[in-house]
Design a protein around this ligand. Structure first.
Ligand code: MV4
Length: 504
């Protein structure tokens, strides 16, 4: 087993991975940008190294700086978390070359699953259901037109290098195809540097159901059941849960076996997720592989009892999976809400600044994977996820209630968050009925105007901010000793001193 691991990430996921290392007796090395000097993951790790300025390209995406730091600190492996370098085949290869273990899939598998058109071809050959559509990149408009007629409208234009919905376009009729293709290619070019697009049948109001898979380096593959991730806004997931309300035991088992096959034919190892779209007739189609630990992994952990980060580390160090498919089962129900530093009342505009106060929700069956603390700052440079609130209960109804109460018990002052909006989602009759599709947010929560609590939070934030400022401004005349300005941390204390000594 490794003695020391470098975590090439920040925020809640870096904290999550550091905890797993601590539990396994492994030392941890944090890397951070100049904007993250005082952040949680830096404080939690055994060692921490600054790797560059705030912009991610100059720090968390700087492969050489990270490799150099790993060597300097004597880390044998790197955990990339999600985002940043997690699915970067070049970084994976660089680690291999530098004799550092990349805790993730091998670079060949990573490359294959990153290429959509190629992986569609591979999957079709293996008998994995794919969305009806083109098998390669079209050479011209007339090929697109004849293919579109074959597929039948509406069709969807997708970027071959794509992901996250970029370069995607729905086309309803032949006359709109040309302009759709042009726009899709332009978007693909600017987002991925590759203008290749292709056509698929458009699946209306699908559900997004994904399967967690673990594959060791000895040919053993298991799935750890599904996560339903249909509740999202502009391709950003908001709420995830397991089990999915849409699956029967029979469908679940067929999809699970298909997910394992996807990983086997890709030569995949370590943890990964196979994404499917599920249509209204309950047909499922392979969409893509996410070659990383995912944001929503905790719901799988709480229902299967498997720690996915422990398993990732064990697999990377060469161990065999300690269980077989028959040993795994789902128990109870789990829901995750993503807490973003965004303002739901202002088009989900990212919100940055200082966390003036944090009250974490707690209680039986409540897990809070958190990247902030009272007094920490939220920079503008990175993904605005602050934390994840995850609940577990015996059944879905109880899990929903538990989530609503946990959200009510949760306070973050100083920055705008999605907490109140999430409560609205979970409390919505259509969510409670399990009617979760990818259109849920636009259909049911467009134009949401906030609640009484939202107003109250704003008032409290104003007060907290006033005290925060009071601490700095009014403490000055009293605690200044010569040219040394002492920082006081209690507004009450500084206020008291100000009255006593300051104004006589
Ligand atoms: C689709 C689709 C409908 N038909 N493909 C969006 C992200 C990308 N990875 C795949 N996506 C979709 N592909 C066809 N042929 C609808 C979506 C889609 C979606 C998929 C998963 C989760 C949320 C989504 C929201 C809107 C559209």
């Amino acid at each position: 087993m490794f003695k020391k691991i470098l975590i090439a990430n920040r925020g809640e996921i870096a904290a999550r991975i550091i905890k797993a290392c601590q539990e396994m007796g492994i030392s941890t090395v944090a890397v951070y940008s100049e904007a993250d000097r005082e952040s949680l993951h830096v404080q939690m790790a055994d060692e921490a190294f600054c790797i560059g300025p705030a912009p991610a390209v100059e720090s968390y995406l700087d492969m050489d700086a990270i490799i150099r730091t790993a060597h300097a600190a004597g880390a044998e492996a790197i955990h990339p978390g999600y985002g940043f370098l997690a699915e970067n085949a070049e970084f994976d290869r660089l680690c291999e070359k530098e004799n550092i273990v990349f805790i993730g899939p091998n670079s060949r598998a990573l490359k294959l699953v990153g290429d959509k058109v190629r992986s569609r071809q591979t999957m079709e050959k293996a008998g994995v259901p794919i969305i009806p559509g083109m098998k390669g990149i079209p050479k011209d408009l007339s090929e697109c037109e004849s293919e579109a007629k074959k597929i039948g409208f509406p069709v969807m234009i997708k970027a071959s290098a794509g992901g996250g919905g970029k370069g995607m376009r729905i086309v309803h009729s032949l006359k709109d195809l040309k302009s759709g293709l042009e726009a899709g290619m332009r978007e693909a070019k600017s987002a991925f540097g590759d203008e290749s697009v292709y056509l698929e049948k458009y699946i209306e109001e699908p559900r997004h159901v994904e399967f967690q898979v673990l594959a060791d380096n000895h040919g053993n593959v298991v799935h750890l059941y599904e996560r339903e991730c249909s509740i999202q806004r502009r391709h950003q997931k908001i709420v995830e849960e397991t089990p999915s309300q849409a699956l029967t035991p029979e469908l679940r088992s067929r999809m699970g076996e298909t997910a394992k096959k996807v990983m086997q034919v890709s030569g995949y190892n370590n943890a990964g997720t196979v994404e499917f779209l599920l249509d209204k007739q309950k047909n499922f189609y392979f969409l893509e592989v996410n070659a990383r630990l995912q944001v929503e992994h905790p719901v799988t952990e709480l229902t299967t009892g498997v720690d996915l980060v422990h398993q990732q580390i064990r697999i990377a160090s060469g161990e065999k999976l300690p269980f077989q498919q028959e040993d795994l089962s789902q128990r109870g129900h789990s829901i995750e809400c993503r807490i973003y530093a965004e303002d739901p009342l202002n088009n989900f505009l990212p919100s940055s600044g200082k966390v003036l106060y944090l009250k974490e929700p707690k209680g039986p069956g409540v897990r809070h994977d958190c990247g902030i603390f009272s007094g920490s700052s939220v920079p503008i440079y990175y993904d605005p996820i602050l934390a994840k609130l995850i609940v577990w209960a015996e059944d879905r109804e109880t899990a929903c209630r538990r989530m609503i109460h946990a959200l009510e018990d949760y306070v973050i002052l100083g920055i705008k968050t999605t907490i109140d909006f999430l409560k609205e989602v979970i409390a919505h009759p259509q969510f409670q009925a399990g009617n979760t599709t990818t259109s849920f947010i636009e259909k049911h929560l467009d134009g949401w105007e906030g609640t009484k609590k939202t107003e109250e939070i704003l008032k409290l934030a104003l007060i907290a901010s006033a005290f925060d400022n009071l601490d700095k401004t009014h403490a000055g005349p009293v605690v200044n000793r010569g040219d040394v300005r002492r920082e006081t941390h209690s507004p009450w204390q500084s206020l008291g001193k100000w009255r006593l000594g300051g104004k006589r």
